[in-house]
Design a protein around this ligand. Structure first.
Ligand code: SF4
Length: 266
């Protein structure tokens, strides 16, 4: 494995790695302290708004390939936190992701995860790790719509059942580190009624919400305007839940959510 290229934007730094078999994956350094790493080459979940999974799953990354994304960069960047939020669904490569997790912890790093929660038996395992944050991609409370937005992420009903069970075993402090993400897509899931239903779910579970801004790709989905995004935020807030917004780093054209690709042409 080798570091092939560094690409800088005003906010983020994107790193392209070439693996031994010639495949390419990406990592992003953002927020001045966080390295977002990939866990798979491609992704089997197949979210239609995401570039990372547009070619399906090619293969899992090995433990070394997950760890080396950090190892190659640790001497040149002030990395304090690892976000397993790049290309891939970490739970679908759980064994290797968990082993890499412990390696990161040994280095004194904070480690957080972004996941669809699928497969759900692995979600229970993940919740028990001494992680520093898990954000679960929900994006809608409508079962049919979720099948469209996250085609291979299993049923929402089952996810929520397992999540409820897993949360019961956690202390209040650990629960605070779990959030539900809602990616706003114009005309798809942005109606006030849907947002209120999502807020009810968040409240019911005693969690917080992460309201994600969509980084446009070429797939025909559209982002909300700044005013519409703020309105959605206020709707959720008025329901009495804690809401975090996408930071400018996550909206950046380079390395923003859903914009990492497999085998980027140079
Ligand atoms: S958004 Fe995440 S889960 Fe969905 S295809 Fe992209 S990498 Fe996979």
């Amino acid at each position: 494995m080798r570091l092939l290229q560094e690409v800088k934007s005003e906010l983020n730094r994107l790193y392209i790695f070439e693996l031994e078999d010639g495949l390419r994956i990406e990592s992003v350094f953002y927020r001045g302290d966080t390295l977002c790493i990939s866990s798979q080459v491609g992704c089997a979940i197949g979210c239609p708004f995401c570039l990372s999974g547009s070619k399906g799953l090619v293969r899992n990354l090995t433990v070394e390939e997950i760890y080396l994304q950090y190892r190659f960069l640790r001497d040149k960047l002030p990395i304090k936190r690892i976000a397993v939020a790049g290309i891939g669904e970490p739970l679908m490569n759980y064994q290797n992701v968990e082993r890499a997790f412990w390696m990161f912890k040994e280095e004194g790093l904070k480690v957080s995860f972004y996941t669809t929660g699928f497969p759900v038996n692995r979600l229970s395992d993940l919740l028990r790790l001494p992680h520093n944050g898990i954000t679960l991609s929900v994006h809608t409370v409508d079962e049919e719509k979720r099948k469209y937005l996250l085609p291979h992420a299993g049923s929402l009903k089952e996810l929520l059942q397992v999540l409820k069970g897993g949360l019961m075993g956690l202390t209040k402090r650990k629960r605070k580190k779990v959030g539900l993400a809602y990616l706003l897509l114009k005309g798809i899931n942005d109606s006030p009624e849907e947002l209120v239903r999502f807020a009810d779910l968040v409240k019911d579970l005693g969690l917080s919400a992460v309201l994600l801004y969509y980084n446009p790709t070429s797939y025909g989905f559209h982002e909300l305007s700044t005013q519409e995004y703020e309105r959605a935020f206020l709707i959720l807030r008025s329901c009495g839940i804690k809401v975090t917004l996408s930071t400018r780093y996550r909206k950046d054209r380079l390395g923003g959510c859903g914009t990492l690709v497999v085998n980027r042409s140079l």
